[in-house]
Design a protein around this ligand. Sequence first.
Ligand SMILES: Cc1cc2nc3c(=O)[nH]c(=O)nc-3n(C[C@H](O)[C@H](O)[C@H](O)COP(=O)(O)OP(=O)(O)OC[C@H]3O[C@@H](n4cnc5c(N)ncnc54)[C@H](O)[C@@H]3O)c2cc1C
Length: 384
Amino acid sequence: MSLEKVLNQIKDIAEGVVREEAVAVDREAWWPEKSMRTFQREGLGGFVVPKESGGLGQGLYGLAQACETIGQESASTGLCFGMHCVGSAMIAAKATSHQKEHFLERIAAGEHLTTLALSEPGTGAHFYYPQTQLLSVSENEFLLNGKKTFVTNGGKADSYVISTMGVDPEAAQYEFSCVVVESDAQGLEWGPEWKGLGMRGNSSRSLALKDVKVPAANLLGEHGDQVWYVFQVVAPYFLTAMSGTYLGVAQAALNEAREHLMQRTYSHSGISLSQNQLLQHRLGTLWAKVERTRRLIYHACQQYDSGDAMAVLGIISAKAEVATCVVEVVNEAMTLTGGIAYRESSRLEVLLRDARAAHIMAPTTDILYTWLGRALLEQPILDS
Ligand SMILES: Cc1cc2nc3c(=O)[nH]c(=O)nc-3n(C[C@H](O)[C@H](O)[C@H](O)COP(=O)(O)OP(=O)(O)OC[C@H]3O[C@@H](n4cnc5c(N)ncnc54)[C@H](O)[C@@H]3O)c2cc1C
């Protein structure tokens, strides 16, 4: 199926079930069950799964647009879908034949939902230094112990891609490992339900891992591959899922502002706000901000999909820039939309709360700009 067709299918679902469910997802902090199951049922679960495993084989350019389209209706749903795709891409990057059969083919068939569990309470924004321990107890089995936090799709996914310290006790800090843990494994203890300020449907829960037995066959890649995973898979897919989602939020805020200016006409003068030059200028400025961010995201994704080694710098910039863009655009749209935007549960209220998460979701905006600076100064991107 062409990307255009897939995106049209996503648009139909986004404007249908995602939109219908969005208010309750935010108000009740419900995980977007109906939307996620619809994506799976309609053959979109394998969005980034390679075609050879039955998936749609889409890259970052497709992922950015899919998350943008969904994020325009519900940021939580965009991120839940995006994190499933990030987990899928992690598994697909160096999948063994067992992992293809056991995970990727089931993901592509819409029978399996996965997600990424990187962040930990101890290391916070420095998610690339996990402290969760993976011990090799036999040739066929590991034992996993540690704590994860803010696991999107937490308690809802069928498997979790979990970062851990390297299996080798001599491994350097950055040589971490990733394993896939199935939801029915013994020793997973979930924290309380997620009740966020925004992104309320994410089910971003904490998870304690207590002597969890993991089959050795669920280890992703080989020893020493991990920096490759961070910069070639985790960063591009994770950053793009977020960039697309928050671009969608920015577009939704812009639409709200435009709609208000078009509709609001004063009774004393009969003049529409759309005729006010200052407001025309402010709306135009907002559009330009969203559009230049969109072009940066799309360009970086196309570079990555075409195999350009420098693409990662654009992808890093794109997530930092979209975070700044979305917060500014939603704030400005609040001003342009006047008092009705300030009502409890107005569309812009939800967008404002959701937008704030863009800066703090790792890699955070400050850390991304620092990575860029380090790269430009020919220093290792990750701090020691
Ligand atoms: C809605 C939501 C969903 C999430 N989903 C997931 C998920 O699915 N999977 C997952 O693994 N994680 C997820 N996260 C976790 C998210 O990535 C963390 O919030 C992030 O790692 C930040 O960690 P922290 O909150 O401990 O912040 P802290 O580590 O306490 O950082 C606080 C601030 O200090 C800044 N800071 C820290 N160190 C530096 C430095 N060296 N230079 C400059 N600034 C610095 C940070 O940028 C940040 O602004 C989610 C978070 C949220 C809010």
